[in-house]
Ligand binder design. Structure first.
Ligand SMILES: [Zn+2]
Ligand SMILES: [Zn+2]
Length: 392
């Protein structure tokens, strides 16, 4: 047994032990809360016991706050389609879900304790956590700020082997998290916290390919699928002054796409429109969360242009080799972004007042919300509001 010490939460017995850096600032008397032990502690979370079961309240363990860790009281947690794929074990062939599963990787919360070596945060700051909570830190990709491509495999926010506690990591559908400070994003003062949460996955996932493939003002970009990721892709591409076309299967989203700033919105079933748009696009970003026939979209690319798939993580209905060759076209994949890039998109959006279109829900509405995501009945991101529970 390690020596029994206590890490202190904001406002609780501060004079007793200045164990934590930066505690003196940000402390507010009304935040007084019970001390957290250095050993693992229990928090309330929402998760599924099996692919067939609904999410329900449960207790999970969090590790003690280490020297480089921050403790976060979760305020808002977005519902990403990946969360649904995971709790329903829909990626079982390549990435079987380990149950119990507590999803959530679009997290914004308040820092309530910091380890002794933490420099990036102080108590009271607002931090964000996206899809990753750790990586090796030494491979060439990590050293190049591409932790998402860590050669040893990043530790994802949920469902990855948990090096501290054993078992598998638990995500942000929970009241508290302990995360290494490097993987916590600074949320600028004044940001709309609930509408910032989706930037941590949907925002960076669509921002990163625009950066890598250098989407320039005036270039033509197509966004395939107008959901959580797609609506962020439109906003981010419009902010770059690209000419945006949305491809959707939902007639009801045509007007929405234009409201979001798209120059044009096309039903992908409209063969005439698809033909008219052939060989026109500099970049296509596919946010559709499942496989679909891709060749009709590859036909829209210009010479040397790229379709980047960020939505579907299973077997794709791939393109025709001859069409690829004659058009010298590329089909690429991209997954989220590194920590520096995630900070960049959060700062970029804060500076331009870009935020997700969200619908706030209570934790007891998660299952219903997931059903609505699957039936495309959301414009455009559900965000779970944990603040009411906290006050209650
Ligand atoms: Zn996600
Ligand atoms: Zn690495």
């Amino acid at each position: 047994m390690p020596e029994r010490r206590k890490l202190l939460l904001a406002g609780a017995g501060l004079a007793a032990a200045p164990l934590l850096a930066g505690m003196a600032t940000g402390v507010r008397a009304q935040q007084a809360a019970a001390p957290v032990e250095t050993g693992p502690f229990s928090v309330r979370a929402y998760g599924a016991s099996s692919a067939a079961s609904a999410l329900e309240a449960r207790q999970i363990q969090r590790r003690a706050v280490g020297p480089k860790d921050v403790l976060i009281d979760v305020l808002y947690s977005g519902i990403c389609h990946s969360d649904i794929h995971t709790v329903r074990d829909e990626w079982r062939q390549t990435l079987p879900t380990r149950f119990p599963s507590v999803p959530g990787h679009e997290i914004v919360g308040r820092v309530t304790a910091v380890g002794s070596a933490v420099t990036k945060f102080k108590v009271g700051d607002i931090g964000g956590v996206g899809c990753m909570v750790d990586s090796c830190g030494t491979c060439e990709n990590c050293l190049a700020d591409r932790e998402q491509n860590c050669l040893k495999g990043a530790t994802f926010t949920y469902g990855s082997p948990d090096p501290a506690l054993g078992g598998f990591t638990f995500g942000g559908y929970s009241e508290r998290m302990v995360v290494a400070e490097h993987f916590v994003i600074r949320i600028p003062p004044g940001a709309d916290l609930a509408a910032t949460a989706p930037l941590l996955c949907a925002g960076v996932t669509t921002f990163s390919p625009m950066q890598h493939w250098r989407l320039e003002p005036g270039q033509r970009v197509g966004v395939i699928g107008l959901g959580g990721l797609g609506h962020m892709a439109v906003k981010l591409a419009v902010a770059r002054r690209a000419e945006v076309t949305v491809f959707t299967t939902s007639p009801g989203k045509i007007a929405d796409a234009q409201r979001l700033g798209a120059r044009e919105a096309v039903l992908s079933s409209d063969a005439e429109a698809m033909k008219r748009l052939a060989n026109r696009f500099d970049l296509l970003i596919s946010t559709v969360p499942h496989a679909y026939p891709m060749q009709p979209f590859m036909d829209l690319l210009k010479l040397d242009a790229t379709l980047v798939n960020v939505g579907a993580l299973n077997d794709l209905e791939g393109p025709n080799g001859m069409a690829l060759a004659f058009g010298r076209k590329s089909l690429a994949g991209s997954v989220i972004g590194g920590i520096a890039e995630t900070q960049e998109v959060v700062d970029y959006c804060a500076a331009r007042n870009i935020k997700a279109d969200i619908e706030l829900i209570r934790p007891d509405q998660i299952n219903q919300a997931m059903d609505r995501v699957v039936s495309k009945d959301i414009r455009y991101r559900f965000v779970i509001d944990f603040t009411a529970e906290r006050q209650g």
